[in-house]
Design a protein around this ligand. Structure first.
Ligand SMILES: *Cc1c(COP(=O)(O)O)cnc(C)c1O
Length: 357
């Protein structure tokens, strides 16, 4: 089988060594003679997996005291609801920065619980930039933003000074670079972009912001219940947590998020430089807001689409098709994607230029 370069947006690429370790754990976990998939989530071995995963998250992101790390289910989409459920006061308000599909879905869910204020939106230009000049009202329960807009290829490079708790959906760039957790009240992510497989959602929450809404919460929706039970209130997604732990161990062994940031910058620079140089491609995203995780590019001549697709296929380039709401192409360059894959993509773009000269 020839090499496949996986640029898929999610579930995304994970390190090969992680796949190998994960398959071993399915066959015989920790030399127990049991598969990870057939053992109690309350066994000593699995509780150690949860504890180690929490410790790795705290270490890699330098999470300050007073924060809890949770492994939940339901994807980032459930957080769209669980966040207002836990943080919006009765008759309360929350502010949202509307930077794409995911941000809009989050805002829509919050409307089930109270009033929302959209402080700014980039919908006027099909979300190809991050709004910068806006004010966050002081009378809202929290401000919600999306760090990396997976579909539109934009990424927040800084965060606003906020008079209220900041909540951030970091699904597609968590662990891609250092982040100052102390600036956030709550961070959440579906694991399947840059942290692990589908099926687990990670939440980092500042304990003191919880329990202030006077709203009765179903247990499964209540962060405080999951904190108290160390993410073992009910049966957790054992395999997804384990594979996330392996991925975080890999990140740590590579040099942590500082090293990830270096590699991700190098990959992104290589690709965007070629997109900007090559007359057959263009990038619709505002320069300063371009995502290091998901690079969007379009063909300048759409009639060449089939020829480009064929060339990509021959080169083993996989998962480049753009999201249906943007069209064109999207190269997702998550942590586990080696720079060699980006080099192959860039070389293929140059070959395409030569053939069309
Ligand atoms: C993929 C994605 C989501 C949706 O995640 P699910 O786990 O499928 O619910 C939400 N936000 C962002 C930024 C994403 O990239």
């Amino acid at each position: 089988m020839s090499t496949i370069h996986n640029f898929g947006a999610g579930p995304g690429i994970l390190p090969k060594t992680v796949f190998e370790q994960a398959s071993q754990a399915v066959l015989n976990f920790n030399n127990s003679g049991l598969s990870l998939l057939e053992m109690s989530h309350r066994s000593k071995d699995f509780v150690a997996v949860v504890d180690n995963s929490v410790a790795l998250v705290k270490e890699l992101l330098n999470v300050p005291e007073g924060y809890s790390v949770l492994f939940l289910q339901g994807g980032a989409s459930t957080q769209f609801m669980q966040v207002p459920y836990n943080l919006m006061k009765q008759g309360g308000k929350a502010a949202y920065l509307k930077t794409g599909v995911w941000a809009s879905k989050a805002e829509k869910e919050a409307r089930l619980f109270g009033e929302t204020v959209v402080v700014a939106s980039s919908e006027d230009k099909n979300y190809n930039y991050i709004p910068k000049e806006y004010a966050i009202p002081a009378d809202v329960d929290y401000f919600h933003c999306t760090s990396n807009n997976t579909i539109y290829g934009t990424q927040m490079k800084s965060y606003p000074n906020s008079p209220v708790t900041v909540v951030c959906d970091m699904s597609s760039d968590i662990f891609s670079k250092p982040v100052d957790v102390s600036k956030f009240g709550l961070i959440y992510c579906g694991a399947q972009k840059n942290m692990g497989p589908a099926g687990v959602t990670m939440v980092i929450v500042k304990d003191e912001i919880l329990g202030k809404t006077a709203r009765a919460l179903p247990s499964m929706m209540d962060y405080t219940v999951h904190i108290k039970e160390n993410s073992l209130f009910n049966t957790p997604p054992v395999f997804a947590i384990y594979v996330s732990m392996l991925t975080l161990e890999w990140v740590k062994a590579q040099g942590g998020v500082v090293e990830m940031a270096k590699r991700n910058q190098a990959k992104a620079e290589l690709l965007y430089t070629e997109i900007d140089r090559n007359p057959l491609f263009t990038c619709p995203v505002a320069n300063e807001d371009r995502s290091e995780m998901n690079a969007i590019f379009l063909l300048t001549d759409e009639s060449k689409e089939e020829a480009w697709n064929t060339l990509c296929k021959e080169a083993g380039l996989h998962g480049l098709k753009g999201h249906r709401s943007v069209g064109g192409y999207r190269a997702s360059m998550y942590n586990a994607l080696p720079i060699e894959s980006v080099e192959v993509l860039v070389e293929t773009m140059r070959e395409f230029e030569r053939r069309n000269a």
